[in-house]
Each structure stands twice: as C-alpha cells, then as structure tokens.
Design a protein around this ligand. Structure first.
Ligand code: 3H9
Length: 685
C-alpha cells in the first residue's frame, strides 16, 4: 500500500509511502485521489492532512512514466480533488517537495513545512513544465515574478524563503506526523487559516518581465520548456480554468519533445553511472585523511574539494616554496567559499590542512591522490616512493588525464591499491570524476573511489585504461575532426559559431584560447614520437603556438583579445596562416555549412564514444553521455552525444559515418556498437 489513511479523532491523515522519494506513480496518484474522496465523504472527519513517510515529502511525478502514454488518474485530477475537497486539506512538507509534490501542496488549503524542508518546481530541468497547476496556483500565492524564479532556475528554495514568498503558511519543528496533527488542531481552532488557491484572484500581469524573459530565452538554444513555462505563467493572470487548460496543453507539448527525452535520459544516466558492481562485491576502505601530491592548479583544487567535503588533507610539494604556493591557492578557494556563504567561518577554522615538502608526511594518509606533472617518468618515480611510504591499507590514486594507469600502478609495487581519479578543473567545482580502473585494481579500491566520489558530491563514472580514458579520448577525436574541417575550408570562427548555436557553451577554438593553448601544444609535442606517420596531421594550432599566441592570457590565440573586449574577435593573421597551410598542402578550400560542421562533430563524438564501449573503456553508452555533459559542456538538453544520435536517428548517423569514412577512416570508420544497434533496430541508450 503506497498510500494509507489514518483516523485520529476528527483528523484524517493521508500518508504516502513510496520509497525512495515518494514519486507520484500511478498507484500513488490513485491512492491519494481515493483517500481524499473517502475522508472528505466521512462526516466524522473535519480536517485532512496530507504527509509522507521516509526521508522526503513527494519529490515529483514519477519521471520513469514520462515515456509511456499517461495513465489515469492524471495528476491534475488529483490536484483538483484536493482543491475541491469540502473538508480542508493541510499539506505537511518535509525533505523536498518538488514538482508534482509541491503542486499537491499548492492545491491544498494550507501548507506547513518542517524547518529544513525545501520546495521547488524543477520541471524545466527535465524538459517539461509544471503540469498539475504549479504555474497557475503558485502565481496566485506569490506572484508571477517569484514563481518564475522557481520555474526558470529550477532550483528549490528553503522553507523560510517559501514562507516569505507566501508559498507556505507556517514553518514548524517536529516530525511530519506531529506537525500534521498540530496543523489540524490549528485549523480547527482558527489559528491556521485555510483557503482555496483556485478561488484567489488571478495573478497580477507582468508583461515587461515576460517580454524580458522571452527575449533572453530566444537568444540561447535548448530553452523550449522554459519558453512554454513563460507562456503558462503568463496565463496565470486570467481565469483559473483557462490557465490550467493552457498549462496542460503546454505540458503535453513538452512531454512529447526531444528536449524532455534528452534531459530525462541524462537524469537517470547520471544515477546509473555510479552503480558499479564493485560496490556490491566489496566493502570500501574507510577514508578520513587524504594526501595530495602537488600544489598546482589541479592539486590545490583537489585538496580544496576534499577539505570542503570534510576530509583532513596533507599536501606535499617538491619544496617549501611550492608548498607555500599550494597552501595559498587552497586558502584562496576556502576564503572564497566563506565569502560566498557556502562555508561557515567556524568550519573553515576547524579544517585540518597541512602543506609541506616531506614525502614521509603521506605515511598516515588513507588515500593519496597524485596530481603532479603529466609525465610518465615523474609519475613512476612518485608511485615507486609512494608504494613504500604509504600505509599498507592506503589507496593510491593518480589524477593523470591520459597516461597508462597500469604502468603507473606497476611502479608502486602494489598495483591492487592503485586507481585513477581523473578530476576536472576546477576540481572543487566540476561535477565529473572519471574513476580509472586498472587491470589489477582491487574491487575494494574501486568501491572506495566511488564512495569518496559521492562524499565529494561528484558524479563518478567508471573508466577502463585507455588513452584519454572516456572524455579526453572523445575530446581529442572531436578536436581532430574540427582541425581537419578548418584545414579543408571552414574557418575556426565558422566552426565555433556553428557549435555554439547548436548548444555547446564554447567552440573548440574558443575553448583552446580560454584554457591556454600552451598545455595542448606541450602534449602534442610529447605525443609526436608515437603518432602514426600515415595519419593526417593538422599543424595549424602548432603554427599559432609557435608565434606565442596561446589565447586569452597572451592577448591573442585563434582570436584577438583587444583591451576591454568581452570576447575574442576573428584574427585576419590567423586566417592568413590557415590559408598558407592549405596552400602548402595543396588543399583547395571548400565550403562547410553549419549543418555539416555539427554533423561531422556529432558523428565523431558518437563514434569515438561507441569505440570506447567496444574497447571496454566505457561500461555503457550512457556513461559516455554523463562524461560529455558533466565534464565537457555538451548540452544537457541534447542528453549527451549518444542520446543526441538516437534522437537524430541512428541509421542516418551510420550512413553518414560510412560516407565520411571514405576520406577519413580514423575518425569515421563505424564502431561495432553502432553497427550492432542499427542492425538490431535498438537505440544506443
Ligand atoms: C513533475 O513533477 C511533473 C509534474 O509537474 C506534472 C505531472 C503531470 N521519479 O537523486 P537520488 C529516484 S516532474 C522517479 O539519487 P538524492 C532516482 O532515480 C518531477 N524516480 O537521491 C534514484 O533511484 P535509484 C519533478 C525518482 O537524495 C532515487 O530516486 N521532480 C524521482 O540525491 C534516489 O534519487 C524532480 O525533478 C522521480 N521524480 O536526491 C525531482 N526522483 O536509487 C527529481 C528521484 O534507483 N529528483 N528518483 O537510482 C531529485 O532532484 C532528487 O532525486 C531528490 C533526492 C532531490 C529528490
């Protein structure tokens, strides 16, 4: 029974119990509907309270049901039954009341929240809009602008803030059950007023704000649901029946959209990624003290991330000067967190952090993360020492972004303890963590890595050993395809523009300039010796670097960055340099449409992602999406490259791959997984 009723004197309780988050499945919807009707018809009951068991009130509609046709009773009918109940209904919120969960509260006649509870309307983050009255009832209580804050940001607000906005009526202490019984008593003695939201006057129109939001949304891709949400909010200044009908129509349009399919896919893919079998097979090792080798940008970022998540941190650098620099960087991050209100001064003062140059300080660490220079010889030397210095039960991790983790592990003399933890910069901000599992990595070490990742608030993805793991492997392939298009006739500015219009936050050349091209150049030089001489190599970026044009930090890269300019401007000298390269290679430039640019890049990413699955580097295709969305800015509204390929039509992608492979098999010779999926008529994810 996912919904039960209880009678306590004249109070009728409707208790939802559908773990883990009390999502509004068909059974819950029909349970609430029936319970409201039963208790409303009971002459002994004069107040009804709606509450939930477990860690949270209702976290929304059951997202898993969105891809199937809707089944009765629909959520708006449940909300209508609550609003229409002649017996007042009080809703008691604990944990998070989100989406349809908060809409059940908005339909109730009064709302009581436990301190610490949160409420929100995050539907647009899933590519839909509130579809059970949220866009009509919240504006009647709080106004269009305050509701838009919730709907457009998708972020929940605290019970206290909700009280200020008029979205809840009271914030109380205690358990949900105690609060429900007390609230019923308060309704009875008149100290808690009840009202029917639908009987409140329509919201005050906000035409200027609405025009502003529309203009802002029109300027960026992937805002279909947000645009529909604005239209629904606009309708809240008319009669409630019309508004609810408009909302329903717009909700259904969103439900059928590719944006919804993509966003819901990535929501579940992120949760699937960390369900690795090792977590069931092995007990994670306890971790309290983390050692970090290296105090550069990466090392300091990792140290800060660990401190912010409550670990003690020992940082070790080559010399005292390096340690002092590393310490200063970490402290800068922590001070920034205090300033932004994300960390209390008290917690900051009590953090256990030391930075020094004595390797022996790592001896009492439970986990050591190496973030030294990206060079195999350096890493092997460090892991050789670490193998001896670190405690026998310590986990040893490398933050390498390309190198062979098995080779590094072997150097430690205890390969079972070694794992790759590939953080993304800045490590205290970026959500993605690739957990690179070597041939000999012990299952409890993998389980430890995923457990630490969870505590760090990261989305961890399992990766096998392979050049660039999952993300950088795809990134390298993507950049190579872009470079080839650039040499064949597209300008870097055309490529960036087409990809940004498609939804990437930056094109590859804007990104290179932003990050600083010297790092990529150094990597290319290191890899030159192992490059296949028969493979096409585009040297344009090297020529740009040879001139010292490393990007923003040097005032020019692929773009020029004049004093005070917000973004780069095209550089005629770079165009001339590209022209020169084409001439030297005898390439007659051809035209690339934006569509072809996007298609070639998408085909490259999907193919390389599928090859990573073929090679056992990625466990499943959805992990590729999680990596690209959370580490490389791939647009969430497209669900990741694999989902984007499914949405575009996988058979068409395979045809394109075959066509493009005729002149570039390196990037486009189709991966086995794609051939198999198309042959079997199934999607990649
Ligand atoms: C909506 O309400 C539409 C309506 O307006 C209109 C309808 C007509 N459904 O995140 P966690 C699962 S749209 C199904 O790891 P946490 C999740 O997959 C909805 N399943 O825990 C996971 O399963 P598993 C609006 C759901 O503590 C487990 O619960 N609501 C749903 O870190 C635990 O989740 C939202 O967008 C769901 N709605 O965070 C809220 N939610 O264990 C979405 C979760 O098998 N949910 N699951 O992997 C969240 O933001 C977080 O899950 C929450 C808990 C904050 C609640």
């Amino acid at each position: 029974m996912v919904v039960t009723t209880e009678r306590h004197g004249k109070t009728g309780l409707i208790v939802v119990d559908n773990p883990p988050v009390n999502a509004l499945s068909q059974a819950v919807r029909s349970g609430i509907l029936e319970a409201v009707q039963t208790l409303d018809a009971d002459p002994e009951i004069d107040v009804i309270a709606l509450l939930a068991e477990g860690r949270t009130f209702i976290a929304g509609a059951d997202i898993r049901e969105f891809s199937a046709p809707p089944s009765e009773p629909l959520l708006p009918a449940v909300a209508a039954a609550i609003v229409g109940s002649a017996t007042p209904v009080v809703c008691v919120i604990h944990g998070t009341a989100l989406g349809g969960g908060f809409e059940m509260a908005l339909a109730s006649h009064a709302r009581v929240a436990l301190a610490g509870a949160k409420v929100g309307l995050p539907e647009t983050t899933l590519g839909i809009i509130p579809g059970a009255g949220g866009t009509q009832r919240a504006p009647r209580l709080a106004g269009i602008v305050a509701t838009a804050d919730l709907v457009i940001s998708g972020k929940p607000i605290s019970a206290g803030e909700a009280l200020k906005k008029g979205l809840v009526d009271r914030v109380v202490e205690g358990t949900p059950r105690e609060a429900a019984l007390a609230a019923a008593e308060a309704v009875r003695d008149g100290s808690l007023a009840t009202r029917r939201t639908d009987a409140l006057p329509p919201a005050e129109p906000a035409p200027d704000e609405i025009a502003g939001w529309r203009a802002e949304l029109a300027a960026r891709p992937g805002t279909f649901a947000l645009e529909q949400a604005v239209s629904a909010l606009e309708a809240s200044s008319g009669p409630i029946e019309d508004g609810l009908a408009t909302e329903r129509l717009l909700f259904e349009t969103c439900r059928a959209s590719p944006e919804r399919a993509a966003r819901v896919h990535i929501f579940f893919a992120e949760r699937e990624a960390s369900k690795v079998p090792e977590l069931k097979r092995a007990e994670p090792r306890p971790i309290a003290r983390v050692g970090v080798i290296g105090g550069g940008t990466m090392g300091a970022g990792i140290a800060a991330a660990c401190l912010l998540s409550g670990y003690d941190v020992t940082m070790v650098e080559r010399d005292d000067e390096g340690a002092a620099r590393g310490r200063a960087t970490v402290e800068g991050v922590l001070d920034g967190s205090v300033k932004r209100g994300r960390l209390s001064a008290d917690k900051r003062a009590n953090m256990a952090f030391s930075a020094g140059s004595d390797f022996a300080d790592l001896a009492d660490c439970d986990l050591v993360i190496e973030a030294a220079f990206e060079d195999m010889a350096v890493k092997k030397e460090l892991f050789g020492r670490l193998g001896e210095v670190a405690r026998a039960d310590a986990v040893l991790a490398t933050n390498t972004s390309y190198l062979d983790v098995d080779e590094i592990a072997a150097a430690s003399g205890r390969a079972g303890d070694v794992v790759g933890l590939h953080f993304f910069s800045p490590a205290y901000v970026m959500k993605l963590l690739e957990v690179v599992v070597g041939e000999k990595t012990a299952p409890d070490v993998v389980a430890t890595a995923f457990t630490v990742a969870k505590r760090l608030g990261k989305i961890a993805v399992w990766s096998g050993v392979g050049d660039g793991f999952i993300g950088n492997r795809i990134f390298l392939a993507y950049r190579r395809t872009a470079d080839i298009m650039m040499e064949d006739g597209a300008s870097p500015y055309d490529i960036d523009r087409a990809l940004v219009a498609w939804g990437l936050p930056m094109g590859p050349y804007q990104a290179a300039d932003f990050a600083g091209q010297d790092i990529g150049w150094a990597t290319r030089k290191r890899r030159a010796a192992t490059r296949d001489p028969n493979e096409r190599y585009v040297a344009i970026a090297d020529k740009v670097c040879e001139r010292g044009w490393f990007g923003r930090k040097t005032g020019r890269g692929f773009y020029l960055y004049p004093e005070g300019a917000k973004s780069g401007v095209p550089d005629p000298e770079v165009l001339a340099l590209i022209e020169e390269e084409r001439r030297a290679k005898g390439i007659v430039p051809r035209n690339f449409t934006d569509e072809e640019i996007v298609n070639r890049i998408l085909c490259t990413m999907v193919n390389e992602g599928a090859r990573a699955v073929d090679a056992g580097v990625a466990r499943q295709a959805s992990d590729v999406d999680v990596v690209m969305v959370n580490g490389y800015g791939f647009p969430r509204f497209r669900g990741g490259p694999m989902k984007a390929a499914d949405i575009a039509g996988l058979p068409g992608i395979l045809d394109d791959l075959k066509r493009f492979a005729a002149d570039d098999a390196t990037a486009f010779a189709p991966a086995r997984l794609i051939e198999e999926c198309v042959a079997a008529g199934r999607p990649l994810v």
